[in-house]
Design a protein around this ligand. Sequence first.
Ligand SMILES: [Zn+2]
Length: 267
Amino acid sequence: MCPNLDVTWDASQPLQVHWITPDTVVLRQSIEADFEAPFLYLLFGRDRALLLDTGATADSPLREVIDFLVGEWLAQHPRADYQLVVAHSHTHGDHVAGDAQFTDQPNTVVTAHSAALESMDLGARMITVLPIPGHHPSSIAIYDAETGLLLTGDTMYPGRLYVDDFPAFAASISLLCDFADTHPVTAILGAHIEMSTTPGRDFPIGSKRHPHEVALPMTVEQLHAIRDAVGRSARPGAHRFPDFAIWNGPCRRAHLSHRIRLLLTRR
Ligand SMILES: [Zn+2]
């Protein structure tokens, strides 16, 4: 099933839903609810569904939306005892804030530390989990052989790739390149968009509007470009590239310039 990634993101919806395939959903939390505007993924197997990440706010309507989507899917594929597994691309607050909506629910498992996850079978749908520390020690990528989608969380997306542990990040990007060179990858989907359609120009941190935002999907060629860029970003600080940026370490000067840019856009 070829993934359909042709979607325009609409900030007026608290949680926008887009079906990538009949068994795969991407959701985006509205940038008006939280400037991080993270992407969440829902993958349906024959026995269980996997929800990757729960968003940036505790009070989003995530639970209702997921229950509705699971109900919709089950109406097409009736079966008893269908499970929901809630996992995380990593444990930063903008990816786990909705967890409490899923704890103590029937047929639902909320995993605590996704980096410890191993490859899992959702029921005729094998999911490969790749530990990719560097942005955060718990960071993982998920590869879905059914669609060829590689979900990379905050390690790779069109935006600022914040690096906490540079050697680990470099090794993780190399691992993703090696993986993508040996498996069919149709698109690489991360957890945010921060780049505008002007090459090298990102939106100010905290901005609640993204006019002329680039599209979410990235390519294996861009993954290789990130590997090349990592080789030129060993010095701490913010390094700009056309399709992404690498922020190696705390980047205080870059943060200050973003605060100024944000103030200017609000005036
Ligand atoms: Zn994030």
